[in-house]
Design a protein around this ligand. Structure first.
Ligand SMILES: Cc1cn([C@H]2C[C@H](O)[C@@H](COP(=O)(O)OP(=O)(O)O[C@H]3O[C@@H](C)C(=O)[C@@H](O)[C@H]3O)O2)c(=O)[nH]c1=O
Length: 193
């Protein structure tokens, strides 16, 4: 058995990865990233950019985001302080789970990492203050390719665990198109990203 615990999820190609965590009287130690262990588990990406965001308060909602075309990104996500509900939507045309969303609790205590393939819209809401959110990407940031879908889209009907009226949002995230509008020009095709 490999060193990582890998759990498949309801969504096609999405995996939860749990590294070993060694606790002792000082705290814990964990290998938060091992290229070899991931490759041994069949997870083989060239991660080339690390991102870190701080969300100061509970109720910060970021999303739903993606990058189009050649700038599409696989993301490997983890939370090092606090907790979030991380939400992703499979927007790859032809995927068995097209249009479906799922939420995953990622927290400083569960050490879970979420592998989000290219062609997913991604967002999260903070469940605590001071969330340090880290993720690796296999493509660089490309402002021109940046896109989004409204987090409160009625077709997707994501069950965010907060009162959306009081969500703390960026100006950009208040203005994304609906899922239907996005679908009219959806660049993501399952198996071709
Ligand atoms: C994402 C990103 C942003 N930026 C800049 C652009 C902007 O001036 C500032 C803040 O950007 P944003 O408001 O887009 O940050 P944020 O809302 O945290 O965006 C992130 O949200 C989560 C949900 C994701 O899935 C990520 O891929 C990313 O889109 O940082 C970069 O320089 N590089 C990057 O990779």
């Amino acid at each position: 058995m490999g060193k990582l615990k890998i759990t498949e999820t309801k969504l096609q190609d999405v995996k939860i990865i749990e590294p070993a965590v060694f606790g002792d009287n000082r705290g814990f130690f964990t290998e938060s990233y091992s290229d070899k262990d991931l490759k041994d588990a069949g997870i083989d990406f060239d991660f080339i950019q690390d991102n870190h965001s701080l969300s100061s308060q509970a109720g910060v909602l970021r999303g739903l985001h993606f990058q189009r075309g050649k700038s599409a990104q696989t993301k490997l996500i983890r939370v090092v302080t606090g907790a979030v509900l991380d939400v992703i939507v499979d927007v790859r045309k032809g995927s068995p789970t097209y249009g479906e969303w799922e939420g995953y609790i990622l927290s400083e205590s569960n050490h879970r990492q979420l592998l989000v393939p290219r062609g997913f819209a991604h967002g999260f809401v903070t469940l605590t203050d001071n969330v340090n959110f880290l993720y690796k990407c296999d493509n660089y940031y490309d402002a021109k390719a940046d896109g989004g879908i409204a987090f409160d889209d009625s077709t997707l009907a994501i069950n965010w665990p907060i009162d959306l009226e009081s969500a703390i949002l960026s100006e950009k995230d208040k203005q994304h198109p609906t899922f239907k509008e996005f679908e009219a020009d959806n660049p993501f095709v399952y198996g071709e990203i």
